[in-house]
Design a protein around this ligand. Sequence first.
Ligand code: GDP
Length: 333
Amino acid sequence: MTKNALITGITGQDGSYLADLLLEKGYKVYGLRRRTSVPILENIEHIQNEIEFIEGDLLDLSSLIRAVQVSNPDEVYNLGAQSFVATSWDQPILTGQATALSVTNMLEAVRIVKPEARFYQASSSEMFGKVVETPQKETTPFYPRSPYGVAKVYGHWMTVNYRESYDMFACSGILFNHESPRRGIEFVTRKITNAVARIKLGLQQELRLGNLDALRDWGYAKDYVECMWLMLQQDTADDYVIATGETHSVREFCEIAFGYVGLDYQDYVVTDPKFFRAAEVDLLLGDPSKSINKLGWNPQKTTFKELVQLMVDKDLERVARNTNSNQSNVLGK
Ligand code: GDP
């Protein structure tokens, strides 16, 4: 029988990869979509006709109740949020609403309309923040370092609480940084690969970055959404760390990305204090043992180097295509 899935955050990186995966598996996919003056379609353009969109907003409980009624979901994936750490200092209250309280709204909508639906919450390694142990695992205490991290801790504990209070099948996936060509351009990985493409094609001279020594456990988003699905296929609901078990610096990311197109990052990267954070997360390194053992997850499916290279390749392709079409427009072709 066809399963129904409801995805919040469907236009984002993870939502779009998850929609690809669920459509391949034969699911009927419903996506919650917030009204914007200009539609945000880039990541889901190729599947937009296969998705049933439901207008709604994570801050509006009645719209979520309606979304659950309309989609009658077997599985709910709550991926929507204000997801950029740096913005969370500029908009801490909105981040609290869109990243924290929204989780309760979604949990309530499911509890009221269809409590037997399985629920996935997108938790984050940013909850570990100023890490109290390394590597970080499911039992590591949280010490968030940004309004975003604090909001994610709230969402995580509400998910655990609804599991324990109402016996709902609610899982929290503590995902370490995960990147792809669909990553927002403001995140450091995409910012670098986009700049590498533009510099290589002669459209940009330098790249201004903040802290090059930050260490992150970076994986490939396309691999990570499989874990979200796997978590909801288990006999019991639980929480899992999803990570590669390797950590690399922003500097190393630059080295590989620039090196891949035959350039030396030191000739182009300029440090700009504007991109330093009010409080930094210096090191993240996840221990994926539980997801390896229980979900059968392979954290090394895509290596760090492959990830950087595939992102550079896509940005080279995209920047070249946009440049060509702009030139055609100028020439009136
Ligand atoms: P985050 O781990 O969710 O905050 O993901 P980001 O990709 O935004 O940032 C990863 C790390 O890169 C953080 O430690 C940032 O301080 C560091 N970083 C250094 N320069 C930059 C920059 O120019 N932009 C961003 N977004 N991050 C930067």
